[in-house]
Structure formats: structure tokens, C-alpha cells
Ligand binder design. Structure first.
Ligand SMILES: Nc1nc2c(ncn2[C@@H]2O[C@H](COP(=O)(O)OP(=O)(O)O)[C@@H](O)[C@H]2O)c(=O)[nH]1
Ligand SMILES: [Mg+2]
Length: 354
């Protein structure tokens, strides 16, 4: 029965039924029993779409810029899905961005899909299911995904696990926050935007970002200097673009830089590399989740529970000792583990041998 339901849902998504897509997203978000079958089909059917991650501190203008970017790509004939990861209120926060995406007449652009995603369950306020959701929207024919993240310093690095192109949005008047961003987010940004160019201090902000970029590039070169071959590779130099989101200015220049980054990744293999990182990370998340679920289930088994409680209450075991004993029972100890690794090595050698 489930199979028919999943097949029908996928067929509806593919034929452009937005309600079907919304339903599929809800399944994946709340991990319903049908979602694993859905995802199996989705990964088999759809390739990874181009995922653009929009990051930057709150108030920089992410929600103001995203609708302009979505429209730019949609007008070029792309189908664009916007996923807004909202920290506190997925309903009101998302609705705000959703309203901006609609045209003045309240009409949603036919090639833009908007959905706000709860940030729960994810490190850095980025729901772990977002990676799966990019494939779900791809199944429904959306070839570009824009993700607006929660601007939250270091934890923003989680966007690397989902996006191919990372945009850092800054604005004058947020000077203190850039210090926090420089630590990590600056290094992962592929395109930098100084929004609110109508405000004083915008030119200074551009210069400051350019200098910070030069510095981090210099540091990177010093490391790479140890290896003469890496110096031969072409490098992407993250550009800094100015925009005024409220007037729709600078959008074309910003989006052209995004497309230039996409083209660069196609040439240097970066696109494929990022795809690999994304699926590996997703699998690792699932392994952790499944192991924890199964372990919790086993520990709750009456026989196990009663025995462990007795040991603890009678002081025959301390809590750590009891936990160790349980862990040893479910996972191979160090000795068995090395036997296992040896086995793996032998089998991989066999595969390599002609
Ligand atoms: N002056 C000016 N204000 C802007 C500009 N872009 C956005 N804003 C305002 O800045 C505030 C925060 O914008 P928002 O897009 O919600 O930022 P987010 O928190 O990064 O998503 C809002 O009040 C916007 O109207 C701009 O280019 N110039
Ligand atoms: Mg926002």
C-alpha cells in the first residue's frame, strides 16, 4: 500500500503538483514511516541540484536579497526552490520571506517554490534533513535551491554540508559581528555581498572584506607553498559585490558572480567534490541516528534494564562501569575491533590485486 502511495506522490511531484511536493517535504522533515522509501526513490531519480547557501548575521539583508536572487534565476528559465531555515518561528519568519517572493499582485512566480524549514535537529540551526530536501525539490524539477540560513557565527559552517556555493552577506553597521565571522565563515564564502550600500560605511565595509580576503588567501598560499603542484591549480578568488536589496540594485552583478562560481566548479571538479561531501555527511548523520535509536531500544529491554539497575543500586558497579559493560555488549571491544579492521584490509587487498 505504501509503495503505491509513494509512487503516486512522486508522479504528482514530477507533474508539477506543488501540494504533493509540500507533502513530501513534510514526510522527510518529520521522518514518517514512508519517508525512507520516498528518499530511496528520490535519490535514485534526481540529481543534486545547484545549492546556494545564503549566510550572514541577522539584519544583514538575507531575507531581502533572496527573493531578488530567486526571481533573477527564475527569469532565466530556471526553477528555483527557496528553503528558509528559521530558528524560532518557522511560520511567521518564513511567511515574511514568502510574502517578499510573491509579486506585487500577490502572485507566486510560477518557477519559484518557497518553503520554510524548522531548524530543529541540526547543528548550527541547519536541520539535518535539509540535504535530503534539496533532492526532494530536485525530483519536482527545481534545479536551483537557495537556502537562507540562520546567521549564527561559527555554527554557520554547517552550510558546507549542503551547499555548493556559499554567499556571505554583510552590511555596514554590523562591524562587531564581522570579527566573529572572520574566524570561519569568511574562509568558506565563495561570494561576498555588502548589502545596504545606500548606507554610510558601505565602501569601508567592502575594503575591509577585500583586505580580510587577501589576508586569508596569503595564509592559504603559505601552506600550499610546501607543495609546488597545488600552486599550478587555478584558484577561485571570492569577489565582493555591493547591493541595495530594498531598491533591487546590484542583484544582477551578484547573481552573475554566483554563476561564475558555478562555472568554475564545473571546470575544476569542485562541484563533484562538494556533492561527495554532502552525501557522505548525510550518511554519517544517519548512522549516528540509527545506532543511537537501536541502542536506546536495546537498553530499554526489560532484562537488560533490570540487570543493570540491580548492579547500580547494589553498588556492585559504578555508572561508568555499567555504561562500559553495556557498550561492550553492543559494540566490538578494541580487540575484536582490530580483528575486524584486519579483515577489512585483507578483503580490500584482494579487490585491488589483479
Ligand atoms: N537601508 C537598507 N535597508 C535594508 C536593505 N536591505 C534590507 N534592509 C532592511 O534591513 C532589515 C533586515 O533585513 P532582512 O532581510 O530581514 O535581514 P536578515 O535578518 O539577514 O534576513 C529590514 O528592515 C530590511 O528592510 C538595504 O539595501 N538598505
Ligand atoms: Mg532573514
Amino acid at each position: 500500500m505504501v509503495t503505491t502511495e509513494v509512487h503516486r506522490l512522486i508522479a504528482d511531484m514530477q507533474s508539477g503538483k506543488i501540494r504533493a511536493l509540500s507533502r513530501a517535504i513534510s514526510w522527510v522533515e518529520s521522518q514518517t514511516p514512508q519517508s525512507s522509501e520516498l528518499l530511496e526513490k528520490v535519490y535514485a531519480l534526481a540529481k543534486a541540484p545547484w545549492v546556494i547557501g545564503i549566510t550572514g548575521v541577522g539584519g544583514a539583508g538575507k531575507s531581502s536579497l533572496v527573493p531578488h536572487m530567486a526571481k533573477y534565476f527564475a527569469n532565466q528559465g530556471h526553477r528555483v526552490a527557496v528553503l528558509a531555515v528559521d530558528p524560532s518561528s518557522p511560520i511567521s519568519g518564513g511567511a515574511l520571506l514568502g510574502d517578499r517572493i510573491r509579486d506585487n499582485g500577490g502572485q507566486q512566480h510560477p518557477n519559484i517554490f518557497f518553503r520554510s524549514v524548522a531548524s530543529r535537529g541540526g547543528q548550527g540551526g541547519l536541520a539535518t534533513c535539509v540535504s535530503d530536501l534539496t533532492r526532494v525539490v530536485s525530483t519536482a524539477g527545481f534545479d536551483i535551491v537557495l537556502i537562507e540560513t540562520v546567521g549564527a557565527g561559527q555554527s554557520e559552517l554547517a552550510i558546507l554540508n549542503v551547499a555548493h556555493t556559499i554567499v556571505l552577506i554583510h552590511a555596514p553597521g554590523l562591524g562587531d559581528d564581522i570579527q566573529a565571522q572572520k574566524a570561519g565563515v569568511m574562509e568558506i564564502a565563495d561570494v561576498l555581498i555588502v548589502n545596504k550600500a545606500d548606507k554610510p560605511g558601505a565602501d569601508d565595509a567592502v575594503l575591509m572584506l577585500q583586505q580580510a580576503l587577501l589576508l586569508s588567501e596569503k595564509n592559504a598560499h603559505m601552506h600550499e607553498g610546501l607543495n609546488q603542484f597545488t600552486n599550478l591549480q587555478a584558484h577561485w578568488h571570492p569577489p565582493v559585490v555591493s547591493t541595495i536589496a530594498i531598491e533591487g540594485k546590484g542583484i544582477v552583478q551578484a547573481c552573475e558572480q554566483l554563476q561564475a562560481h558555478f562555472a568554475f566548479m564545473q571546470l575544476d571538479g569542485g562541484y563533484e567534490k562538494r556533492n561527495h561531501v554532502h552525501v557522505m555527511k548525510r550518511m554519517n548523520d544517519y548512522i549516528k541516528q540509527l545506532v543511537l535509536e537501536r541502542l536506546a531500544h536495546q537498553i530499554q529491554a526489560p532484562a537488560v534494564k533490570i540487570r543493570m539497575e540491580k548492579e547500580l543500586i547494589s553498588d556492585r558497579h559504578d555508572p561508568l562501569g555499567t555504561a562500559r559493560e553495556l557498550a561492550d555488549a553492543f559494540f566490538p571491544s578494541q580487540a575484536t575491533h582490530s580483528e575486524f579492521s584486519q579483515l577489512l584490509r585483507q578483503s580490500s587487498q584482494k579487490e585491488i590485486a589483479p
